[in-house]
Design a protein around this ligand. Structure first.
Ligand code: HEM
Length: 325
C-alpha cells in the first residue's frame, strides 16, 4: 500500500468507492469543437448530481451512481491553466506480439447501479441533455456474471483495496494538492477468443491468471520465466512499496454476434502505476514474455481520463459558464 496523506484532509471525491454493482454502462464521448458545445457540456455536468437523484430516487436500493471524468484534450479546452500532474492521452503500447491502442475520448461516464434499467434510464436522459454537443466514441453495457466472474471464468476484482485503503490507492493527495481527491481513470475494451481459451486445460488457464478457478485461491508467483497475469499486474516501487489500483471490470457480450468481452476500468492515485501494469502485460517481464491473457484477449480501445473532485469539477464548470475562462 502506498504511503498516504489524503486521509488527513477532508475527503472530497466522486463516488469512486461505490460498491461493485450488478450493472454498469461505460460511456466514452467526444465533445464537438467550439465554445458552444463546451458550454452545453458544462451545463450538463453542473446538473449531474440532480440527474442521479431524479433517476436514482425511483429505487434507492438500486444505488445508482455516476462518475464523470475528463480527457487531457478536453481539460485543456477548459483553459484553466492548471492540469493534474500526470494527465495525458493514453500512451499506446506496441509489444512484440500484442498492442494496446489509443482511441478517442474527451468525456467518460461510469454509470453503476444494481439494476440495468436504472443505468439505461440515466444514460438515456444524459445523452438527451448532451444532444449534439457530443458524439459517441464507445458505449458498453456490462453485467455482473455470477460470483463476479469474467467471461474467461475467473473471479475478477479479488485483490481490490477495501475500506480506507480505497482512498489511499485511488485518490490524488498532497503530491498534487490542487487536484487532491481526484482520480486517474484508465479504460480498455477487450474482446476474448473464447474457443481457443476453452481448449486450454484448467491448469493452463489457472497458470495464466495466477489463481485457482473454483476456489479463487492465489497460486504462488513464478520465480522466473513466464509470469501470471496476477504477478505481472503487481507493481512494487524501488522502496518495496506495493501500489494497488481499484478495478471495476465488467463482462459484456452479444453471443449472437460472437462477441465476448471484458471492459477494464482502473482507478488510480498515480497514472504511472497503471501504465507500468500495461507495460508489464504487453511488453512482458522478462521482456518478450507478455501476459498470456492477451493471447486470448484483444484490446480494442484505450483511453485515460481524470475524475476530478466535485469541488474541482464545479470550479471548472462555473468558470466556463461565467465566461471567465
Ligand atoms: C482481458 C482483460 C482482463 C481480465 C479478464 C482480467 C482478469 C483478472 C483476474 C481474473 C484477476 C485475478 C483476481 C483479482 O485479483 O481480481 C486479475 C487481477 C488483476 N488485474 Fe486483471 N484482467 C484484465 C486486464 C487487466 C488490466 C488491463 C490491468 C491493468 C492495467 C489489470 C490489473 C489487474 C490487477 C492489478 C490485478 C490484481 C493483482 C494482484 O493480485 O495484486 N487487469 N485480473
Amino acid at each position: 500500500m502506498a504511503g498516504n496523506d489524503w486521509d488527513r484532509v477532508p475527503i472530497d471525491s466522486q463516488s469512486i468507492d461505490a460498491p461493485l454493482s450488478r450493472a454498469a454502462v461505460f460511456l466514452t464521448l467526444t465533445v464537438a469543437e467550439g465554445p458552444e458545445p463546451l458550454r452545453a457540456v458544462c451545463d450538463v455536468l453542473d446538473g449531474l448530481d440532480d440527474l442521479v437523484k431524479t433517476v436514482g430516487f425511483r429505487d434507492l436500493n438500486g444505488r445508482l451512481s455516476c462518475i464523470a471524468a475528463l480527457g487531457s484534450a478536453l481539460w485543456e479546452r477548459f483553459g484553466s491553466g492548471g492540469k493534474p500532474k500526470e494527465l495525458r492521452p493514453f500512451a499506446p503500447i506496441e509489444g512484440a506480439t500484442h498492442r494496446a491502442p489509443a482511441t478517442a475520448g474527451d468525456l467518460f461516464f461510469h454509470i453503476r447501479a444494481e439494476r440495468a434499467d436504472l443505468c439505461f434510464e440515466f444514460e438515456r436522459l444524459l445523452l438527451e441533455q448532451l444532444g449534439g454537443s457530443v458524439a459517441m466514441a464507445d458505449e458498453v453495457s456490462g453485467f455482473r456474471y455470477f460470483d463476479s466472474r469474467d467471461l474467461l471464468g475467473f473471479v475478477d476484482g479479488t485483490a481490490n483495496p477495501t475500506g480506507r485503503d480505497i482512498g489511499a490507492s485511488t485518490l490524488v493527495g498532497s503530491e498534487d494538492q490542487e487536484f487532491a481527491g481526484g482520480s486517474y481513470v484508465v479504460v480498455q475494451k477487450y474482446l476474448h477468443e473464447m474457443r481457443p481459451w476453452a481448449r486450454l486445460t484448467k491448469d493452463e488457464q489457472e497458470r495464466i491468471i495466477g489463481r485457482e478457478i473454483v476456489s479463487n485461491a492465489e497460486l504462488p508467483d513464478a520465480a522466473s520465466g513466464q509470469k501470471s497475469h496476477k504477478t505481472l499486474a503487481t507493481i512494487v516501487d524501488d522502496r518495496g512499496v506495493e501500489h494497488d489500483i481499484l478495478r471495476d471490470n465488467m463482462p459484456f457480450g452479444r453471443p449472437g454476434h460472437g462477441e465476448y468481452g471484458t471492459y477494464f476500468i482502473g482507478y488510480s492515485r498515480h497514472l504511472w502505476v497503471i501504465q507500468k501494469m500495461l507495460e508489464r502485460m504487453f511488453l512482458g517481464d522478462p521482456p518478450g514474455m507478455h501476459d498470456r491473457i492477451l493471447d486470448f484477449s484483444t484490446a480494442r480501445t484505450g483511453a485515460v481520463f481524470f475524475a476530478p473532485s466535485p469541488r474541482t469539477l464545479s470550479a471548472l464548470v462555473q468558470a466556463v459558464q461565467t465566461g471567465s475562462r
